[in-house]
Design a protein around this ligand. Structure first.
Ligand code: URP
Ligand code: ZN
Ligand code: ZN
Length: 479
């Protein structure tokens, strides 16, 4: 099947140009003026619209078994919802239970993801340590196209990685040329604060943000950064929600350290007043970690994105319905942590970012797609509208408007954290592997059409690090 996107403006991270885009099979084969449509080509009128790389959400949790339940959105419904909003690829997480064989967990997630309707790949979490984990990290990098390992510094008593695990895993990642990622919250402190608040009688969702203050996040971000600095391994910090972690990242980057930061659309746009909503279901629907913060932090996060100290945007799409959240009705510590947003990330960032002048269109493409592709080493296969790239494309209508609602969205969750938000600028067409999968407000997807995408280890970061070590001044020894 070939598709010609005619008459639009192609917007990449590095430039914009008036051009047609011809896709053949799963690839883009030409970008240029007045391209001919071979016989049988489907022609899409992209006049007045922007033709951009499909979004990459580098942080999702489809059908995650978590806190005694399983996330309601599975790989099929979740990737479909993404396509409806212009996101054509996800990076999800394999999260082994402590002591679970890493390769068994990896195979389990691969099986679950086979029904995906869009492309996907996996970060693999390191939740415990022994010699088998050391070996399996090597197998994943060398034989399965995994180049990133995740560490949860929170969730004590469950999947939390302590410093010993961080040091072992970061060191192994360095040997393998993989990047380390962390959920930065001090799990010990969160645990202590949770107990204290509960014992004082604060049992509802309003206690959730109080148990996870920004200082806990800043401390963990800084600790992970310093461990990575000593071990000389690149680091990516997921879902930065506050000024403190942004400052830690900014400081490290100013010192020349290779540290990257992600921010969630939700953390940019929703504040912590949601936890004081009088309706438990509404407050609980917003319980996620780190929590939504005050406006001061939101402003800092926007500045982080604008300055380039935060490079990617994600959703941490991890959905639980009201009948799951109710598990924590009498104890906020038991509310399954997670919120959705994969369908809305692109449009809310366009509206509040490009629409307000905080981001240029090219910066929008960078933070929704290209930077993730580059950081996780799948560029320009992904994250680029150029000849030879995968035909994962969104045609963006800057004049289209909508009001976000769970009544009309495609996400398999009964609450939308952006409910009622009016946005201007939406996906009019989405192409996945060259197929038109979203048009005229309708999905046309095929279960299982999504492919697992291999991500090679990082020659470039590690070559640079080796060169730095070679040219480093010998440490002066005082006598
Ligand atoms: O609350 C969240 N974020 N749930 C998903 C797991 C995680 O921490 O990313
Ligand atoms: Zn997390
Ligand atoms: Zn997450």
């Amino acid at each position: 099947m070939s598709v010609l996107l005619r008459g639009g403006t192609v917007v990449n991270a590095d430039r914009s140009q008036r051009a047609d885009v011809l896709c053949d099979g799963s690839k883009i084969v030409a970008v240029g003026s007045d391209l001919d449509a071979p016989r049988g080509t489907t022609v899409v009128d992209a006049g007045g619209q922007y033709v951009m790389p499909g979004g990459i959400d580098p942080h999702t949790h489809m059908q995650l078994p978590f806190m005694g339940t399983v996330a309601s959105e599975d790989f099929e419904s979740g990737t479909a919802a993404g396509l409806a909003g212009g996101t054509t690829m996800i990076i999800d997480f394999v999260i082994p239970s402590p002591q679970q064989n890493i390769m068994d967990a990896y195979r389990q997630w691969r099986e679950w993801a086979e029904k995906s309707v869009a492309d996907y790949t996996f970060h693999v979490a390191i939740t415990w340590w022994d010699d088998s984990v050391y070996k399996d990290m090597g197998t994943l990098v060398h034989e399965h196209g995994v180049n990133s390992f995740k560490h949860f510094m929170a969730y004590k008593g469950a999947i939390m990685a302590d410093d010993e695990i961080l040091v072992n895993s970061f060191s192994r990642a360095l040997e393998l040329g993989a990047i380390c990622t962390v959920h930065a919250e001090n799990g010990e402190l969160v645990y202590r604060l949770q107990q204290q608040l509960f014992e004082k009688g604060m049992t509802g969702p309003e206690a959730h943000p109080l148990s996870r203050p920004p200082e806990c996040e800043g401390e963990a971000a800084n600790r992970a950064i310093r461990i990575a600095e000593v071990l000389k391994v690149p680091l990516y910090i997921v879902h930065n929600s506050c000024r403190q972690s942004l400052e830690a990242i900014t400081r490290a980057r100013n010192e020349g350290q290779r540290v990257f930061g992600e921010v969630l659309a939700g953390h940019l746009l929703i504040d912590d007043s949601v936890y004081r909503h009088r309706d438990f279901d509404v407050a609980a629907a917003h319980v996620m970690s780190p929590p939504f913060r005050s406006k001061e932090h939101q402003e800092a996060l926007w500045r982080g994105l604008q300055s380039g100290n935060l490079q990617t945007t994600a959703t941490d799409h991890c959905c639980f319905c009201a009948d799951q959240k109710v598990a924590g009705k009498n104890d906020f510590r038991l509310i399954p942590n997670g919120t959705g947003g994969i369908e809305n990330r692109m449009e809310v960032l366009w509206h509040h970012g490009v629409g307000s002048g905080k981001l240029t269109m090219n910066e929008f493409v960078a933070v929704t797609s290209t930077n993730a592709a580059q950081i996780f080493n799948i560029y320009p296969q992904k994250g680029s509208v150029s000849a030879g790239a995968d035909a994962d494309i969104v045609v963006w209508d800057p004049e289209a408007t909508k009001t976000i609602s769970t009544k009309t969205d495609h996400q398999n969750v009964d609450y939308n954290i952006f409910e009622g938000m009016k946005v201007k600028g939406c996906a009019s067409y989405t192409l996945s592997q060259g197929n038109i999968v979203w048009a005229d407000g309708k999905l046309n997807v095929k279960r299982g059409a999504g492919r697992y995408i291999d991500r090679p280890a990082f020659a470039s970061y590690y070559d640079a690090l080796k060169l730095q070590a070679k040219h480093a001044e010998p440490v002066a020894v005082k006598r």
